[in-house]
Design a protein around this ligand. Structure first.
Ligand code: C2E
Ligand code: MG
Ligand code: MG
Ligand code: MG
Length: 283
């Protein structure tokens, strides 16, 4: 009967909810152990300029749990944000990244590399975020201008002006700011001229659609045109094919990241990629 079916439906949803609550609890308690047990690491994905030379990297968080295995940041970063654990984890990421920048500064063929780090809104909302970053920069000796903080449009959603004043304080430290996943959020275009941004990262969904979908192609061209008139750098994310790269170059895009140039990889592999490029005369 309809009544029975209704009951079953309710029970089915209850079970799903129960399941996801258990799953979340499991993930969250595992997440509390990660910093203590050194289960986190950073992978480095190359970023290239218009000539294909590696000019920097994005640091991407990886979590290996002995029981749960490798966990994707798409799964655990949202949880870490909800539980507030992203704050200590994010500081750990920034410290690792700044140490790496300082090491690269010591060698001529890596000294010009920039390193981009994802910063979530919860981190930025911490009253002492700017002071903590200043301390990390001082401790590690990293050059602020080589550090790029990647923020998402959600930074602006709860804005009573605090997001953008934080961003100005960060700019005064000398770090650069990028707007990640651009085009997927809800922010108004007028923000682009008000915010102290250095770069916008064109979301990979537009890059992936640009050769088959005329709307995606139009968005790519529009974003590049707008950025150019606002004197903002554009980095195209998720570039997987030579055809996408060529198409983006034709629209005036200056920076690129994606599997075509290299996947996120452990530091040693990324540095091998760099020295191979260096000795073949690319750098
Ligand atoms: P994101 O910052 O937009 O990072 C780019 C994502 O696209 C990465 O996924 C990367 O592996 C993937 N990607 C790169 N090139 C390609 C490509 O050519 N094709 C495709 N299909 N994908 C590509 P990943 O590493 O799984 O990270 C997912 C998201 O997790 C990141 O998106 C970022 O929002 C978040 N995240 C990662 N590390 C951190 C971190 O340290 N802190 C914070 N707050 N968030 C992080
Ligand atoms: Mg990013
Ligand atoms: Mg992105
Ligand atoms: Mg993303």
């Amino acid at each position: 009967s309809a009544k029975a079916a209704g009951r079953n439906t309710v029970r089915f949803f209850d079970m799903q909810l129960q399941h996801s609550v258990t799953e979340r609890a499991r993930l969250e308690s595992a997440l509390r152990r990660v910093l203590a047990e050194e289960q986190l690491s950073l992978h480095y994905q190359p970023q290239v300029d218009a000539s294909g030379r590696i000019c920097g990297a994005e640091a991407l968080l990886r979590w290996h749990d002995s029981v749960l295995g490798n966990l994707s940041p798409q799964r655990f970063v949202p949880l870490a944000e909800e539980s507030g654990l992203i704050v200590p984890i994010g500081l750990w990421v920034l410290e690792q990244a700044c140490r790496q920048l300082a090491r690269w500064a010591a060698s001529p063929h890596t000294a010009a590399l920039s390193l981009s780090v994802n910063v979530s809104v919860c981190q930025l909302r911490q009253p002492d975020f700017v002071a903590q970053l200043r301390a990390i920069l001082a401790q590690t000796g990293a050059a602020p201008a080589r550090l790029v903080l990647e923020l998402t449009e959600s930074v602006l959603m709860d804005d009573n002006g605090s997001g953008s004043s934080k961003m100005r304080a960060l700019r005064r430290l000398g770090v650069r700011l990028a707007l990640d996943d651009f085009g997927t959020g809800y922010s108004s275009l007028s923000y682009l001229k008000k915010l102290p941004l250095h770069q916008i990262k064109l979301d990979q969904s537009f890059v992936q659609g640009m050769l088959s979908d005329s709307h995606d192609a139009a968005i790519v061209r529009a974003v590049l045109g707008l950025a150019q008139s606002l004197q903002l750098d554009v980095l195209a994310e998720g570039v997987e094919s030579q055809a996408q790269y060529t198409g983006l170059l034709a629209c005036g895009c200056q920076h690129f990241q994606g599997y075509l140039f290299g996947a996120p990889q452990p530091l040693a592999a990324f540095e091998q990629l760099l020295s191979a490029a260096y000795s073949s005369g690319e750098r």
